[in-house]
Every structure is written in C-alpha cells, then in structure tokens.
Design a protein around this ligand. Structure first.
Ligand SMILES: [Zn+2]
Length: 244
C-alpha cells in the first residue's frame, strides 16, 4: 500500500480515533522528558531522575524541589499547536474524527480546536488547591516562578492536575476512552513509545483492521499495526490529511 492509497483510506473513513503521546508535541518545542537523558540536580546538590522528582512522594515531601523542576522542565506556556494538532482538529470539524485520546498534558489539542479530548495524564492547565479544591489556571503556576504556589483563598499548596508517578490514571477518562477505541473504524496511534501502562493497553481494545502507527522509533506494538510509518507525527498527519 502506497502513501496515496493510505491517504484515500483516511479520506473515506468516517470513524477515526486518535491516540497520541509526546511525539505529537515535539514539533511544538515540547521535549519528551521520558527520552531525555540525565539526572536532575536539586538546589542542595542532590541528583534525582525525573521519574523520582515527578512522583507523589517527592511532591509531598519536597514541594520546593518538585516545583523548581516542574516549572522549568514541564511547562511550556508559549508552545503553540503544530500541524499534527491542526490536522486532527480539522478532521473532527469534518465529523470524521470522534476523539483524541492523549498522554500529553500540554492542552495543545484544545488550543488547536479539538473538542473531544481525553487526557489520560491530566493537564497543566488545571491546578487545584490541596485543601479547598479551588481551581487555578496555568498562569498561577507560571507566576510563582518556580516557587511553590499557594492558594490565595486558604493558603494551602496548589497541586497541578497531572498524574504523577505512584498515582493512578483517572479511571473515568480511561473508561470513556475504551469504547471510542473499541468502536473506531480507524485508529491512528502516534508519537508514543507504547511502553507506559495502563495507557498503552488501550490499543488492545481496537478491533478493526486499519491501525496506523506513526512513531519515529520502533515500539513493542509495531506488530499490531496495519500501517507502520516511522517518521515525524506532524509531518505525516499533515501529509495524510492534505487536500491535494
Ligand atoms: Zn485553597
């Protein structure tokens, strides 16, 4: 099957579901921290892997270090949607894309105009007081400048609504995602190494024969794909949905 034929297949499809990860946002300048090498040095000179800093325990015990890392490495308030986000939003407007299921926390799908977005790992745009549950936008965290943000209402610490290590995924979101994948005619899986569970297990709910897997490197689930494209997500999605 050549690219033109695959393009036609996408064009003829009325029930597409997208499942994406970090690779969807790399062209927006947001690095995949899981593939980033190295250790994080704290103010006191200690070194920790990012997976430890972004854990529930670390957040509770060392919120100052957590926020120093989180604010400088996880937040990209100036990032804008790229061709991948735009292509998916256009497919949804045409009524052919039913849902975007994402492991990303950057909110770029919504910024591009996507409406049905299921965020498995939460969003940097939602932040909640750990005591009174008051909600705060990303700007509240950014304005704290890397310091711990406190709730102006009650003085308690604010926590980003993102899923940390040691925390489980939002079961409600997971449960909503499953039927979309199960009923999809075409599943586009993109920019994810498919190694993070249980999110990666979602792929197994797909029952069709039009799974397109787009990722720069190989994944443990390459064998499940009906069409495998090892390239940039933004480039491939833009080309797959282009008019000409
Ligand atoms: Zn509060």
């Amino acid at each position: 099957l050549d690219f033109q034929a695959l393009k036609q297949l996408v064009r003829d499809c009325e029930n597409i579901v997208f499942f994406g990860g970090a690779g969807t946002s790399t062209e927006s300048g947001i690095p995949d921290f899981r593939s980033a090498e190295g250790l994080y040095s704290t103010a006191s000179g200690e070194k920790f892997p990012p997976e430890m800093v972004l854990s529930r325990d670390f957040f509770v015990k060392r919120p100052e270090e957590f926020y120093r890392f989180y604010t400088s490495r996880m937040l990209y308030p100036d990032a804008r949607p790229n061709a991948a986000h735009q292509a998916l939003a256009a497919l949804e407007r045409e009524g052919r894309l039913k849902a975007v299921i994402t492991q990303n926390i950057d909110g770029l799908h919504q910024m591009a105009g996507s409406r049905c977005v299921l965020e498995l790992h939460g969003s940097v745009h939602r932040n909640r007081c750990t005591r009174c549950q008051a909600e705060y936008p990303l700007s509240t965290i950014v304005e704290a400048g890397g310091d711990v943000p406190y709730c102006p209402e009650c003085g308690r610490m604010i926590k980003p609504d993102v899923v940390l290590y040691q925390e489980s995924l939002d079961q409600g979101v997971l449960r909503r995602a499953e039927p979309y994948i199960e009923q999809a005619e075409m599943l586009i899986v993109a920019g994810t190494s498919l190694t993070v569970h249980p999110a990666a297990g979602l792929v197994h709910f797909y029952e069709g024969d039009k799974m397109i897997l787009i990722n720069k490197g190989s994944t443990p689930m390459d064998g499940l794909a009906n069409y495998l494209i090892q390239d940039s997500v933004a480039k491939v999605l833009a080309a797959l949905t282009a008019d000409e």
